[in-house]
Write a protein that binds this ligand. Structure first.
Ligand SMILES: Cc1cc2nc3c(=O)[nH]c(=O)nc-3n(C[C@H](O)[C@H](O)[C@H](O)COP(=O)(O)OP(=O)(O)OC[C@H]3O[C@@H](n4cnc5c(N)ncnc54)[C@H](O)[C@@H]3O)c2cc1C
Length: 422
């Protein structure tokens, strides 16, 4: 069976459904799972942190090396327009104190339902249980470009005018995207930056770290201690796990750590357990304790500043376990101050694809025109969402990119269509 279609969208995730919602002509969305946007249902712990309040220019730098690339999409469909899109369709949103936006119902399923209805309103057909297998390309006459002429799938072949690749990344494969988008991009001759898991917990084999599993340190900060890494730490709660540490700063750095682990065997991070205190601040506090509480043990005093089990572990590591304050030597005090403010930990890996929230890497930015997200060398292919080499920390930014890139791609296709009619 060969089906002719105007726009064929590969992937029924948030990026693909947004593109379908704004396509002026009827589109077909092919989704390999039994239902669209399964991953979306798991976002934000089932609550879906769909965007982040604030100006686009403040958001863009969070996309790191892609910060300039994402700007046209973010300007075209900024957070306030994303919220309005949902409000108009009956889904109210709430903004939390940190700027993260959630559906007022706190249900990710409401976000998915709006996207499905909006796509259907725009006359999209969503075909589930259909896996796209490859692209067949031919040279386009007179342009020097290639063109996708047919798309074989598990349910027959499609002959599209436009192809939108919205197949996601490689993380949490049980929720749909399994890296096949990268294989499709490569089959079209596009360069794909090596995909690595991002937003994943860090594996730290040190026994004392693993022994603290379950402990939360509210005011933490982490930076990578390697050549070329930013000296500015990522701040936020640090969660000890049975494999190492997690929490927003660890998740945010995991993509960069993974990229470094491609070339290095291990990466050292520096962890501050109180982001408001430097080594000198801790030393000043210790000398106050020496004056006022000389007979008390260090771990008892430190338990007033840090979770008790952590305080005990840090005192042990510095040789100050069971030592009263007046008896502490300068070397041990300096070691303790360093462990509290800049604790060196060796990371050997991250939790991997099964538990990573995101993929770093994907269709190389140089392959796409940032103004349209169209492939530079293939005349009828556009790439959007997580399949592109774009990633940001937690906070609703990645879904913002999924929505904004879907919007921009659809508008770019609509405007080529309308200008070719004139
Ligand atoms: C547990 C978890 C929590 C998260 N929480 C948040 C959050 O709160 N806020 C936030 O901003 N981001 C969050 N993210 C990230 C966010 O989910 C992604 O950035 C977003 O889903 C990417 O959208 P997408 O449409 O590009 O890809 P996806 O959502 O992955 O959708 C791609 C779709 O394409 C389909 N597909 C793939 N290959 C093929 C093929 N060959 N043929 C047919 N179909 C195919 C897949 O089945 C999938 O449904 C979270 C991720 C995880 C895993």
């Amino acid at each position: 069976m060969n089906t002719a279609v105007d726009t064929l969208i590969i992937g029924g995730g948030p990026a693909g459904l947004t593109a379908a919602s704004f396509c002026a002509k009827p589109s077909i969305v092919l989704e390999q799972c039994a239902s669209p946007s399964r991953k979306l249902l798991a976002t934000g712990g089932g609550r879906c942190n769909l965007t982040h309040e604030g100006p686009v220019l403040a958001m863009a730098p969070l996309f790191g090396e892609a910060s300039r690339f994402v700007l046209p999409a973010l300007h075209a469909f900024p957070p306030e327009a994303i919220c309005e899109f949902f409000h108009k369709r009956g889904m109210q949103t709430v903004v939390e104190a940190d700027g993260c936006v959630f559906p007022a119902s706190q249900k990710a399923s409401d976000v998915r339902d709006v996207l499905i209805h909006a796509a259907q309103e725009a006359r999209a057909t969503i075909q589930c249980g259909v896996r796209v297998e490859r692209f067949i390309l031919e040279p386009e006459k007179g342009t020097g470009l290639q063109r996708i002429v047919s798309v074989p799938t598990s349910a027959g072949t499609f002959s599209p005018r436009w192809v939108v690749l919205a197949a996601g990344g490689q993380s949490y494969p049980e929720l749909g995207s399994d890296g096949s988008g990268f294989a499709l991009a490569r089959s079209a001759g596009l360069e794909v930056s090596p995909p690595v898991p991002a937003l994943a917990g860090l594996i730290i084999p040190a026994e004392w770290v693993v022994a603290l599993s379950g402990l939360l340190c509210e005011q933490g900060a982490i930076r990578i201690d390697s050549k070329g890494a930013s000296k500015k730490p990522q701040q936020g709660p640090i969660l000890f796990t049975h494999k190492g540490i997690s929490g927003p700063p660890a998740l945010a750095l995991s993509g960069e750590i993974n990229a470094r682990l491609l070339a290095e065997k291990e990466v050292t991070i520096r962890v501050s357990f109180r982001s408001d205190r430097s080594v000198n601040d801790w030393m000043a506090l210790f000398s106050q304790w020496r004056q006022k509480h000389g007979n008390r043990s260090f771990h008892n005093l430190l338990s007033g500043e840090l979770p008790r089990a952590l305080a005990v572990a840090l005192c042990r590591a510095s040789g100050l376990e069971e030592v009263v304050v007046a008896r502490a030597g300068k070397k041990e005090l300096q070691a303790l101050a360093m462990f509290c403010a800049e604790c060196p930990l060796t990371v050997t890996g991250t939790e991997g694809w099964g538990r990573a929230m995101l993929t770093r890497g994907g269709v190389a930015l140089k392959e796409l025109n940032a103004q349209t997200l169209a492939a530079r060398r293939i005349s009828n292919l556009t790439c959007i969402g997580e399949v592109v080499d774009v990633d940001a920390p937690c906070g609703g930014y990645n879904l913002t990119w999924a929505f904004a890139s879907g919007f921009l791609a659809a508008h770019a296709i609509n405007s080529v269509d309308s200008s070719s009619r004139q």
